[in-house]
Design a binder for this molecule. Sequence first.
Ligand code: MOS
Length: 695
Amino acid sequence: MTVTTPRSLGAPVERVDGLAKVTGEARYAYENGPASPVYAVPVQATVARGEVTRVDVDSVLTSPGVIAAMWCANAPRLAAGEGADAAVLQSRRVAYRGQYVAAVIAATYEQAREAARTLHVEYSAEPHDVELRADHPGLYRPSHVNPALPADTLRGDPEAALAAAPVVVDETYRTPAEHHNPMEPHATVAVWEGDGLTVYDSTQGPAASRDRLAALFGMPPAQVRVVSPYVGGGFGSKLALHPHVVLAVLAAKQVGRPVKVAVTRHEMFSVTGYRTPTIQRVRLGAERDGRLIAITHDVYEQTSTVGEFAEQAAAATRIMYAAPHRSTTHRLVRLDVPTPTWMRAPGEAPGMFALESAMDELAVACGVDPVELRVRNEPAADPESGLPFSSRNLVACLREGARRFGWAGRDPKPGVRRAGRFLVGTGVAASTYPVLRRPSRATARAEPGGGFTVRIAAAEIGTGARTVLTQIAADTLGVPLDAVRVVVGDSALPAGAIAGGSMGTASWGTAVVRACEAMNRELTSWGGTVPPLGLEASADTAEEVKTQEEYSRHAFGAQFAEVGVDAATGETRVLRMLGVFAAGRILNPRTARSQFVGGMTMGLSMALLEESVLDTEFGDYLNNDLAQYHIAACADVRDIEAVWVEEEDPHLNPMGSKGIGEIGIVGASAAIANAVHHATGVRVRDLPIRLDKLI
Ligand code: MOS
């Protein structure tokens, strides 16, 4: 008998864990772990550079509830990483203001916090340097930029081509430091049992986190377990192993009790990463009709003295437009600041603000429509590698977007449309994000009582990973959705890739498909019946991912924005945004739309609001809370729509999907800045577009 099951991939399936989340049944990091833990609260450095000379541990040991106070003189030693970011309390050196220099462990959170507040720390302070400048004498070329790309590229002779080009745009764009603020702040519960360590954490990669902790503490990975069933957002801040995790594990070791650490919103502005500020010079040389002859993109960014993070801000420029002469460079400087980290579309988000603003300036300079300008510069193959694109539908996105947005007949003249108090304008920008995939493992189990369980150490960070993996498994097994249970968020499960780089679904999904295919073969050999003890099948995609054919794989999109700028105050309102994306097969339109719209909202926020303001005197970011660090709220978001064009790409993965978690933010800020120029005639080249830059 054959039962036909409707395929669930492509259907707007509701989140399988939605009910658990809205009823509070879902447990987040801080809610997990043993019933009676103790609490560690850190003390943060008040100087940006120098040494800790003394910590008056004895002064707090008599405070109510205090069990211990730790600093580098008495903290347990780590096996690796002195001088590195994760080497918490291993050295007297202070590398940035806000760095953890001590911690108090007490019976309650309040007792620990009170004692930490009064703990006396003495420093010998040194002059600090926290300011990124394009002429900083400490600038250097990193060996590569993230994830493993060359720092510089050069094709042809861009200098000569620019000197001879009939039209040249040569401008410098700036993006500020930005801090991730996921709904759930970082939190860790650390539990030692004999030689074994269990860590309940809010992480985008339980398996990767397990491996890093094992290396730091000199343990076999099998003795470390990282449990992370639910994560309340990450945006990249929960990829690297941040100091609070190490602090929790050290504290638990020190006192021989389970320890909880909750990172406060304030602390997140110094210890859990941020997007580097950038200074970017873009030069475009073109024929009078807008056809590009030369593109150069030179990026200046910061990193810290205890870690190198080299954001790939010019990487997208390498693949976007045809031009025979081209170069990209990245330069870093080590400042007395925290180490930057991954933040939604690291590289593409700031880089495409610069490139797509410059393209708009070129459209104005040539008198060519900005949609048409991009179509005119569409490359036949990857312009730097020469590889064919596995699929590239930027032009289809631009055309479909122009049609839906009502672009036709747009008057290019800036500063002439008025609606009441508002000057009104429209803008467009292209969007892109690379298609990545990493090896993963998964198991599928046919339960003797019926149904299937799929296990993989994937991370559910709110994107809908559990849901889409359930769809993938159900379709491969040919069973209804409710016959499949997917277990994720635990390093004890078969190792899965990180929830980062928009590669989660592609990486985990491939492993889930292969494990379920293996299960189908098992079932066939058992004549379709499940033996009394159940059946298990597994898969490892290391070989499949490694031997994938060479293509240039990227998702593309077109961002359109309409803004109204108050002619008296300079306040900008984004009246509507439309994103059109080409990202392979869309596996779940409901969760996909949410990713696209979420990314575009973050792009709106980046364009108008987000800015971590540096206090050069004290050497840290001073607007360290949600009252002062502004993030788009519901009232800022009037009308954001995301749609997609059909894209069949056989060169990706068994699902035919491209990642969708990050592309939504890319180009959104440029579309808004370009619309602001169209509305007002003012070109803002340094984000965010505050009203003082417009009046
Ligand atoms: Mo994303 S910044 O790779 O979480």
